[in-house]
Design a protein around this ligand. Structure first.
Ligand code: PMP
Length: 426
């Protein structure tokens, strides 16, 4: 018998597990040794799934039939209504595709759409490996700290002008993993004009849209409806990453793309778990309880993200306060301790930080930045979200949640930031 890797696809050879999974494994190993570990590496929602959505899942546990490949009709309608209600998109049931996580849908998109990928960095860890598995060419756009890591229209234009006729997909993720930054409506409009001029398909990854800290997320689909696919799902705003349900909303002119992706889906995963799809209808239809849940989730993340950023800035670590989601992308290049470690391999200084302080964060190199840079992604999610949500409800509005609240209900995060600040100060 041949050795197992002889027949491995060339594109997959040498690929490891994703960086976020690796840091989680290392953190767990240290915890097993009895060390105190602060898990700011893995980006998972700290909040429980809204109870009405859990109840709906329980009530639908008996659903056992295979569902249509494109998704349960009621759910596709609920998702279309959601996009119409929240962003004014002209979206109908027929324009929605349901998949086992938006990550899988992104993979299918890259598989069926023959084109280059434009990825602004820093970028989420899985876009590029997906492109590599499939063998797609990537055009990177390295954004600047002085632009708060936001791609500018000029940067997009410069890439598009080269080989102007090439089919391309731009992945635009906002609020961003890993930076927490989002775009203003004006910035989106300017990017939309460039995308339209060069007929670039925009995959708008809005998985953190509902976690805009002020509840003011704006989609680029408002300005470029004919060329934008909006990606969303239950994983972040409904705290249901492990349920594996993602959604794509296509412009009508790209129906052929939806059909092609559904054809591949029918030969691979068939359809998303039936009970999950029934429960997801409840989440996307929304209602007062979901609004309240989101309001308090945002309020906590807003206060905590702002506090973390301010505490690190005061310790000489440069970081922009986040607009949404639950990540920060601090820059440690002004810290003597980090710069002393710069000469070694890219992730060594974050490993050193983990060993010294017990704080697990991911190096910027995991997000498409160069080894030389000393940035890292920090996920401020290591707290009991259920307890924090409950407590936030008894703090009178419009008062912001203060440091005492954060230290009481998110102590792992505040302690971790204290340790980071102290480490950086040496
Ligand atoms: N996009 C971004 C930016 C993400 O952070 C994630 C999850 N970490 C995903 C997409 C995929 O989410 P899911 O597959 O759970 O829908």
């Amino acid at each position: 018998m041949s050795s197992p890797d002889v027949n491995l696809n060339l594109n997959v050879r040498g690929m490891g597990q994703s960086a976020t999974v690796a840091i989680n494994d290392r953190s767990n190993a240290l915890r097993k040794e009895g060390r105190e570990v602060f898990k700011l590496g893995l980006g998972q929602s700290p909040f429980p799934v809204p109870s009405s959505v859990v109840a709906e899942l329980q009530a639908n546990a008996f659903q056992k039939d295979y569902l249509p490949v494109k998704g349960l009709r009621e759910l596709r309608k609920a998702v279309a209504d959601y996009h119409r209600r929240t962003q004014g998109m002209a979206c109908d049931t027929e324009d929605v595709l349901i998949g086992p996580g938006s990550k899988e849908l992104m993979f299918l998109l890259q598989l069926v759409y023959y084109g280059d990928l434009i990825i602004p960095t820093p970028a989420w860890v899985s876009y590029a490996p997906q492109a590599n598995i499939i063998g797609r060419h990537i055009q990177w756009i390295h954004t600047e700290k002085s632009d708060q890591w936001r791609m500018t229209p000029a940067q997009l234009e410069a890439v598009c002008r080269r080989d102007a006729g090439r089919p391309r997909v731009l992945i635009l993720n906002y609020p961003s993993n890993p930076t927490g930054a989002t775009f203003s409506a004006d910035q989106l409009q300017a990017l939309a004009e460039v995308a339209r001029r060069y007929k670039v398909v925009v995959l708008s990854d809005e998985i953190y849209g509902e976690l805009h800290h002020e509840g003011r997320h704006v989609s680029i689909a408002r300005f470029y409806p004919e060329g934008t696919i909006v990606s969303s799902g239950l994983s972040k705003w409904a705290g249901a990453g492990g349920w594996r349900l993602g959604t794509f909303a296509f412009p009508r002119s790209m129906q052929w793309l939806l059909e092609a992706m559904a054809a591949v889906a029918s030969e691979t995963y068939t359809s998303v778990s039936a009970p999950i799809q029934f429960a997801a209808c409840r989440a996307f239809r929304g209602g007062l309880d979901i609004e309240k849940y989101l309001h308090h989730s945002r309020r906590i993340l807003n206060a905590l993200g702002g506090w973390c950023a301010a505490r690190m800035e005061a310790a000489g670590v440069s970081v922009s306060p986040p607009d949404g989601g639950f990540y920060l992308f601090p820059d440690f290049s002004a810290c003597a301790r980090a710069t002393r470690l710069r000469s070694r391999s890219s992730s060594e200084w974050t490993e050193n930080l983990l060993e010294d302080t017990g704080v697990a964060i991911l190096p910027g190199s995991s997000f498409g930045r160069s080894d030389e840079e000393l940035q890292a992604r920090l996920a401020y999610v290591d707290f009991d979200g259920g307890r924090a949500l409950y407590a936030s409800q008894s703090v009178t509005e419009p008062e912001a949640l203060d440091e005492e609240f954060l230290r009481t209900f998110c102590p792992n995060v505040t302690n971790a930031i204290d340790r980071l600040a102290e480490w950086a100060g040496h």
